[in-house]
Design a protein around this ligand. Structure first.
Ligand SMILES: Nc1ncnc2c1ncn2[C@@H]1O[C@H](COP(=O)(O)OP(=O)(O)OP(=O)(O)O)[C@@H](O)[C@H]1O
Ligand SMILES: [Mg+2]
Length: 285
């Protein structure tokens, strides 16, 4: 069995998301009892993953867990505390909308959950492994195989076609060129871009670019989709299309999804909603 079948039950008191069948499995309590970080986190991409959702009786233990996250920025001699002891549990296959005022720290939190930034305090666990105890190489590998990130501004590579952009994570993980393109193609078809495979990003509309970014985010079959205002830059019609696609892909692929959004329609469609305020996640008023 791969590491996907392993799970742990988080501590009480954290904002819990999903957890369709919470179970007191595991019995480990973090700290000194954790296995070596390198044991199971860093795997061959894509092909050695098992589908937890169809695993038959495997409990939906937290995939991703933040404990006591703090983040302090220093600017102009001032200390700015953005995250203040934030806890969060995210179960496989669950979806969470994160809401909050501009500047409340939503992007900061998402970057830390995706290991694009480090916390000033606290820990992030992925299947009970302490992420920030990994080496830089292991962390990069983890990000590549387990996390799909969608940014507000797509961040596609302008010199490459839509198809090449989607194939890029596969190429970077060692998949051959032809195979990568073949794997990328159906995903672009899936997001309605069958006739735009060879367009460069600059020739695509905003909504199309964001759909390419979404296809790229899921091409490695990650466990977690992290999306930072994925429709914040789109008109209503394109936002609705991208929203629907996010939800469909999350369900089809049993992804856990954490989506920062101001879009009421999208947040209403997620399993749960939390507001980031005062450096912690709280239920909406
Ligand atoms: N590298 C940094 N140095 C100093 N301050 C920073 C840094 N990054 C972010 N901040 C500050 O931290 C706060 C939170 O930023 P963040 O981008 O996480 O907010 P946000 O909730 O995503 O806001 P928005 O809804 O506008 O995207 C902001 O006040 C921002 O100015
Ligand atoms: Mg932001």
């Amino acid at each position: 069995m791969s590491s996907r079948s392993k799970g742990r039950e988080g501590k009480s008191g954290a904002a819990r998301v999903g957890g369709k069948t919470p179970s007191p499995a595991g019995g480990e309590s973090g700290g000194g009892g954790e296995p070596p970080a390198s044991e199971a986190l860093v795997k061959s991409p894509r092909f050695d993953k098992t589908d937890e959702a169809s695993g038959g009786g495997v409990p939906a233990a937290p995939l991703l867990e933040a404990r006591g996250l703090g983040k302090v920025f220093f600017s102009g001699g001032e200390e700015l505390e953005i995250l203040a002891g934030l806890d969060l549990l995210i179960a496989g296959g669950s979806s969470l909308a994160i809401l909050g005022d501009s500047g409340s720290g939503k992007s900061t939190l998402l970057y830390i959950l995706g290991a694009l930034d480090r916390p000033s305090a606290g820990k992030v666990f992925f299947r009970s492994r302490d992420l920030f105890s990994l080496t830089g190489t292991q962390l990069a590998r983890w990000r590549m195989t387990e996390i799909g990130f969608v940014f507000q501004f797509h961040h596609l590579l302008s010199e490459f076609s839509a198809l090449e952009n989607v194939a890029m994570p596969l190429r970077l993980s060692g998949v051959g060129a032809d195979e990568a393109l073949e794997l990328a193609r159906p995903l672009l078809e899936r997001v309605g871009l069958k006739d735009r495979l060879h367009h460069r990003p600059g020739l695509l509309s905003g909504g199309e670019q964001q759909r390419v970014a979404l296809a790229r985010a899921v091409v490695m079959e990650p466990s977690v989709l992290l999306a930072d205002e994925p429709t914040g830059n789109l008109d209503r019609k394109n936002a609705a299309m991208v929203n629907a696609l996010i939800l469909e892909l999350v369900r089809e692929k049993s992804l856990a999804a954490v989506v920062v959004t101001h879009n009421a329609e999208l947040s209403a469609l997620m399993d749960s909603r939390l507001v980031l305020r005062g450096g912690r996640l709280r239920p909406p008023d």
